[in-house]
Design a protein around this ligand. Sequence first.
Ligand code: FAD
Length: 587
Amino acid sequence: MKQESEYSCDVLVIGSGCSGMSAAITAASEGLNVLVIEKEPKFGGSTARSGGWLWIPNTALAKVQGIYEADDAARTYLQHEAGSSFDGERVDAFIKNGAEAVDFFTAKTAVRFDMPLVFPDYHAEAPGGMQGGRSMVTRPFDGRELGAAIKDLAPALPELTVFGMMLGSGKEIVHFMRVTKSIKSAWYVTKRLSRHFADVLKHGRGMTLTNGNALAGRLAKSLFDLNVPLWLNTKALSLTSDNGRITGAVLDRAGSKVRVSANRAVILASGGFPYDIERRKQLFRHAPTGSEHFSPSPTGNTGDGLRMAEAVGGQVTTTLPNAAAWVPVSTLTRKDGTTGIMPHFIDRAKPGVISVLRDGRRFTNEGNSYHDFVQALVKSTPVGEEISAHLICDHKTLRTYGLGSVAPFPMPIARYLRVGYLTKASTVDELAEKIGVNALNFKETVRGYNAEARLGRDSLFGKGSTAYNRYQGDALHSPNPCVAPIEKGPFYALKIRVGDIGTFAGLKTDSSCRVLNCDGSPIDGLFAVGNDACSIMGGNYSGAGITLGPALTFGYIAGKAVASATLARKEETVMDAPGAKFAVVSH
Ligand SMILES: Cc1cc2nc3c(=O)[nH]c(=O)nc-3n(C[C@H](O)[C@H](O)[C@H](O)COP(=O)(O)OP(=O)(O)OC[C@H]3O[C@@H](n4cnc5c(N)ncnc54)[C@H](O)[C@@H]3O)c2cc1C
């Protein structure tokens, strides 16, 4: 590494995703001198490629919709979800500060959200579950507001875009799906595409930022408005300490070594460990070599924050029933030769889609959340077999809703067939043979499913029986928005495996986000937020936005905590000064 230089600030934030930028904005708003560093050439991390949904109970947005919660409903729900991994103190901190954080960001920064009237919790029928009012999505953002920095914003996941454009909300996705069926939708899509192509011609990218891109863009705008420097291509290598207190970090800034002294705190926000193979081996039971797992998270999220904290006494939770937020994924070679990893969030719930194992049998309610679906897949796969399944549908379903990366009509499907992403057959028998599943069982599965599906039922797994299932189905399809027969060929299959959209197992922290050492006491000057901290969901996935909601909230809590610790320290100093006690009282 080249020459060494030094830099001094109050707070060093490692990572430029939602949690890091939230902490940085809050601390800077409190008057602290903050530096944010990002190891990648672009900022935003997983946040920038996410759906941009945040789960936070009891916000002003819910109240505007007339949705009020009983005081302890969210706590009851999270306790039920987390079971023996429930962390009451941190959950209480989240519930107490979540709505306040949203108020702060919407009043004082460029961050804005919208809340649909209905987006059920993923287990809305459980105690404390709600049919809506807790999940909100980031409001689209005009990328021009970032000025030249727009070129530094990490892109959306290509697999989740249409012509490079991420579709903002459920409503927008419905317009695209109905483009050939409704004049209103066709007009909406035409306008949206024209605007997008005009932006691409002029700016080299779309400027209507949506979802996670809007969230990262809005947070970055807020950061820049506060004049907080954000160093790209800058990787934190290790933490420095003095007498047990964390004093800063050593960085690699584009090949040069920089020693940063952070006079107040270092906040770890490096996005967990989706790409740390060693920790995968240790904590992902389905991935004994670490390579049986396929993550659409950014490859730079390699667990650096966890390792740096461990080196100074931090502890990583190893007891969660699920160490990450699972998602079924399919893989596809992109046009540029790289491998794309497509997360299957909603296609499974559509009417006419089922999933089968190699034995040709269904194994779960396909409309359940991605996290629940994967747990069922892992549990149902015989020991020693590759953990995978196939999604199955007929031509009508494929062209109506699409499947994975395959978009609905009128988008072409030939390429997907050519590269083997999608398998097509004119009969169910032929499909079974092509994808290597037990043909006898498969035929029986389809026959049995169809007999009930014609009546809108699924007595085997209850597809369409929960509020969340129905929300992800097709509201215009009756009597069951998630069930339709698979009747008329050609038939299609698509292989899915196990991935994650972020890790849950993280550093043990207290309710102020301070990293705890092995005796449970805080390491002075060290904080962790976002996926660097252990999730408060206890290894469960409770609703849309349960990583970003806590990321924003705990970022806010950490920023405040650092500022108040600073205040306390200043007061201490003043108290120590001769004759200063009276000054403090009047402060
Ligand atoms: C396709 C997809 C959709 C998703 N949708 C949602 C959703 O709608 N709602 C939701 O709640 N969650 C969603 N998630 C999960 C969510 O994106 C993540 O849980 C969340 O963004 C994590 O935020 P973070 O701040 O912890 O980390 P990140 O946003 O990943 O930011 C961490 C940053 O730290 C940087 N970094 C790493 N190591 C270092 C180092 N040594 N030095 C400097 N920088 C470093 C990384 O490069 C990265 O930019 C989705 C994930 C994916 C992949």
